[in-house]
Design a protein around this ligand. Structure first.
Ligand SMILES: [Zn+2]
Length: 419
């Protein structure tokens, strides 16, 4: 069976369409592509498609006819109609058949689309982009995941799956359950890891992931982020409760404070949390989505995630609240070093939840010579990254998550009066 992969992307959407056919695939794909702008090479008798396309009423009409004719035998082409329908009239987008694009190229193409759609000067946009991302992306490959989109990581045939966390395969372990790469309770709908067995899934779900979820519980309740159930989460602690009403208002009540709200409250939850488990859970997310070839360097890290040992000295994590980045779906970006400069960490994760951004080094890679526990070592990465260049009012907070002891989780809540 032959297959052709077409990548469609605009500023706001991206779609990958796989077309499989036993025969006449060339003719079928040629017919599909002939709907778009193309060039004919008269010497070679070949049609090549222009990657840059514009959404016009003529194109929409042609595509609808094409989809109508073929949707019965290839239902996946319906995606095409929805992709085009979501574009504005006259909006530019790209199509690439059978190509692997590097992150930097995708980002560059995104800039071009932005410039074209806005009628902006392409060169200025490009300069801006290089000064922000240039150093980082010349050292790192970047992969980005968003809990809203559907992605299955790892082998599709589960009978051939080997668990990324215990190394076992079927029939010694089963792979029946859907293993969410990022906890479902944090709003992840679609990022699923096919290479996490039911045993590890249950263990993480009842273990390290609960520590991270508790750590984020205040934000979860504040923004009313829905997890598995349909209702908005409510957080009730020892001396407070918080809930977001349907109207969007947040109700925060403090027990034992009758004279209105104090300026500051030490809000004690009912949860006991080991800070190191928060770190473990975020690294578990990264290793659930990391490409197979990089996973091999993290054997020591996997046993640490499995709580087979405790790590006395971990790198500090850096955390910040960026209101503009708010999303009801969690996001995860991973940066994988592509050169042998061991002054820089092998893998760095960026986890986003509501408006929180957490940047952390995935520890104990075989490809690291340093353990990056000193801020000074972390700074080398920081300086070349876009994180240090981020213009926002709030500051990065450095946090140590070294403690591996379960303690009652408390938040320091400050109230400000708005005039
Ligand atoms: Zn397992």
């Amino acid at each position: 069976m032959t297959s052709v992969e077409l990548k469609f992307f605009s500023l706001e959407q991206s779609k990958i369409m796989k077309i499989k056919a036993s025969k006449d695939i060339d003719q079928y794909v040629a017919e599909l592509l002939s709907n778009f702008a193309y060039q004919i090479d008269e010497v070679e008798h070949r049609i090549s498609i222009e990657p840059l396309q514009k959404n016009t009423s003529e194109l929409r009409e042609k595509l609808e006819h094409f989809v109508d004719r073929h949707k019965d035998r290839a239902p996946q082409i319906n995606q095409l109609t929805s992709f085009v329908r979501n574009l504005k009239d006259g909006e530019y987008f790209y199509i690439f058949p059978n190509v692997q694009l590097e992150t930097i190229q995708i980002a560059e193409l995104g800039n071009r689309l932005h410039a074209l759609n806005q009628g902006l000067d392409l060169e200025i946009i490009q300069d801006d982009f290089s000064s922000i991302f240039g150093d980082l992306l010349s050292n790192y490959d970047m992969l980005a995941f968003n809990g809203e989109s559907r992605v299955n990581i790892g082998v599709t045939d589960k009978s051939k799956a080997k668990c990324r966390f215990c190394g076992k395969s079927s029939p010694n372990v089963s792979f029946r359950k859907k293993a969410h790469a990022i906890s479902e309770a944090l709003g992840n709908k679609g990022i699923v890891c096919n290479e996490e067995c039911d045993t590890c899934n249950a263990k993480f779900g009842a273990g390290i992931e609960t520590d991270l979820i508790a750590f984020l519980s205040m934000h979860r309740a504040f923004f009313g982020i829905k997890g598995k159930g349909s209702g908005a989460p409510k957080l009730k602690g020892r001396n407070f409760s918080i809930k977001k009403a349907e109207t969007g208002e947040v109700h925060f009540s403090v027990i034992g404070e009758d004279d209105g709200l104090p300026e500051q409250v030490e809000a004690h939850t009912n949860e006991k949390v080991a800070l190191q488990n928060i770190y473990r859970a975020m690294c578990k997310y990264v290793l659930s989505v990391i490409p197979e070839e990089s996973l091999a360097s993290f054997k020591t890290c996997v046993s640490w995630i499995n709580q087979e040992n405790s790590n006395k000295r971990l790198p500090a994590i850096r955390m910040k609240i960026v209101k503009e980045l708010y999303s009801e779906f969690p996001g995860l970006s991973i940066y994988i070093r592509k050169n042998s400069d061991t002054e820089l960490p092998h893998v760095v994760g960026e986890f986003r939840f509501a408006s929180i951004v957490i940047v952390f080094i995935v520890p104990c890679s075989d490809k690291d010579n340093h353990c990056f526990v000193n801020d000074h070592d972390f700074d080398k990465f920081w300086r070349i990254s876009h994180f240090s260049k981020h213009k926002s009012h709030s500051k990065w907070v450095t946090m140590k998550l070294d403690s591996d002891e379960k303690k009652v989780l408390s938040f320091n809540v400050k109230f400000e009066q708005r005039v």
